[in-house]
Design a protein around this ligand. Structure first.
Ligand code: HAM
Length: 430
């Protein structure tokens, strides 16, 4: 029979074997985030559309082409979050979190939604780990965010990535830069896509990260923003660099990084791998000093970044970084007949209460099929219950690795302790 449907284009299922790896990586990330003083925030998958229009920016690809926006049954315009920063800022303001002392340091794991052309490392539903720091204007905070990511990648044993940094200045230097870009692009307007033609007046910097190849070609020799920084932005960037030097991080200055979202000011950065194809940006972020005010709050400087978890897992897999396999079944209780199945059910419960990974047969299979299954899942011990075992109150516990059998009592008080002794005895001695 043909399947009714399949997962939508650009989405993927994660099966238990993969989620086990994801959970291990997520746990390392959580530990690292805690070491840097971040607390987890969880915000809704959907928000009012204007949140993203205002924060990410009306002229960005994300807002113009990629958002999943719909009207809900109450006639509101709703958007599935394309990224995590906007929701974090909204929550910060809504709960006045800045009153609890600065800096406010938040981290999140989120699913994000962008209607992009799917390819390796680029999905329509993807997952991000992100961090946001609210309060500090100091370049040390930018460096701290960058160092956290670097330290995380080291802990995960990821190799061969580069850190690329740039500064895109403040609104003051941006005005001068925009003027220079307008003049530069004025000569080649007809080569630009329609979206970029519209951007020329409103936000010419967006042309620099248009995904249309002809626009990219025109943008190749465009003026670079570093040449237009005001003194304060220049000094800030120098200080960020000196902190990175202090931490011993190597980095490249890449003046073409402008980031695809409008809220950035001053420092922007990306961690890039060239081992996973064209979508090699593992992590992107920067400072966004104007966003909190733009969202209706008092001025509050901020910086942060986010990394795509699918790309992170891809790079780890490519580099053969080993992750622990899911734990295996410790005891499989096979049964013959209804009474034995009930006993198996009870014994399994009893063992699970003692934190033993124990299973029994729920598929009413033949004994042969049950044992085949126990073998397939790699059960460490098996126990067979039939009429004889129920009558005598004793059964044979089989160590599946050595084939050794031990008689074990089925009485509630004795079973657990005898099993635990037998399984501990079978562990290789240190
Ligand atoms: P972003 O650069 O748009 O920044 O996304 C961050 C990361 O998410 C990218 O570097 C990439 O690893 C991953 N990513 C983006 N789009 C996709 C996709 N379609 N498929 C798979 N992975 C993807 C932000 O989202 C900002 N909110 C980061 C930030 C936080 N800036 C300051 N704070």
């Amino acid at each position: 029979m043909a399947l009714l449907t399949q997962a939508p284009k650009g989405t993927q299922d994660l099966l238990p074997e993969q989620t086990a790896h994801w959970q291990t990586v997520e746990q390392v990330i959580r530990e690292e985030a805690a070491l840097f003083g971040f607390g987890e925030i969880r915000t809704p998958v959907f928000e009012h559309t204007e949140l993203f229009q205002r924060s990410v920016g009306e002229t960005t690809d994300v807002v113009q082409k990629e958002m999943y926006t719909f009207e809900d049954k109450g006639g509101r315009s709703i958007t599935l979050r394309p990224e995590g920063t906007a929701g974090a800022v909204r929550a910060l303001l809504e709960h006045a979190m800045y009153n609890d002392g600065l800096p406010v340091k938040l981290y999140y794991f989120t699913s994000c939604y962008r209607y992009e052309k799917p390819q390796a490392g680029r999905l329509r539903e993807f997952h991000q780990f992100g961090i946001e720091v609210f309060g500090p204007a100091s370049p040390s905070a930018d460096a701290d965010v960058i160092c956290m990511v670097n330290s995380l990648y080291n802990r995960l044993q990821i190799k061969n990535f580069s850190l690329q940094i740039n500064s895109i200045g403040c609104p003051e230097c941006r005005a001068k830069y925009h003027q220079a870009l307008k003049e530069y692009f004025a000569g080649s307007v007809d080569k630009l896509c329609d979206t970029c033609k519209g951007r020329l007046d409103r936000n010419p910097m967006r042309i620099l990260d248009c995904k249309n190849p002809p626009c990219g070609e025109v943008a190749k020799n465009a003026p670079v923003v570093l040449d237009y920084l005001c003194n304060d932005c220049h000094d800030h960037f120098e200080e960020v660099k000196s902190y990175l030097d202090l931490a011993g991080l190597s980095y490249q200055i890449n003046p073409t990084i402008v980031r695809g979202l409008d809220y950035y000011t001053r420092t922007v950065f990306e961690f890039v791998s060239n081992e996973i194809g064209s979508q090699g940006t593992l992590c992107g972020g920067g400072r966004y000093d104007g966003l909190v005010q733009e969202m209706g709050g008092k001025p509050l400087p901020a910086c942060g970044c986010a990394m795509g978890l699918e790309r992170l897992m891809m790079v780890m897999q490519n580099q053969g970084i080993e992750l622990p396999e899911p734990s295996k079944c410790e005891l499989f209780i096979a049964s013959i007949g209804n009474q034995a199945q009930k006993k198996a059910f009870l014994l399994a419960r009893q063992m699970q209460e003692r934190s033993v990974f124990a299973l029994f047969d729920t598929c009413d299979r033949s004994l042969k099929a049950q044992m085949k299954y126990a073998d397939k899942i790699g059960a460490a011990f098996t126990l067979v219950l039939g009429e004889d075992e129920l009558a005598s109150g004793r059964a044979q516990l089989k160590n599946m690795k050595t084939g050794e059998k031990t008689e074990i009592s089925l009485s509630e008080e004795e079973f657990a302790s005898q099993f635990l002794t037998a399984s501990t005895d079978s562990l290789p001695s240190l």
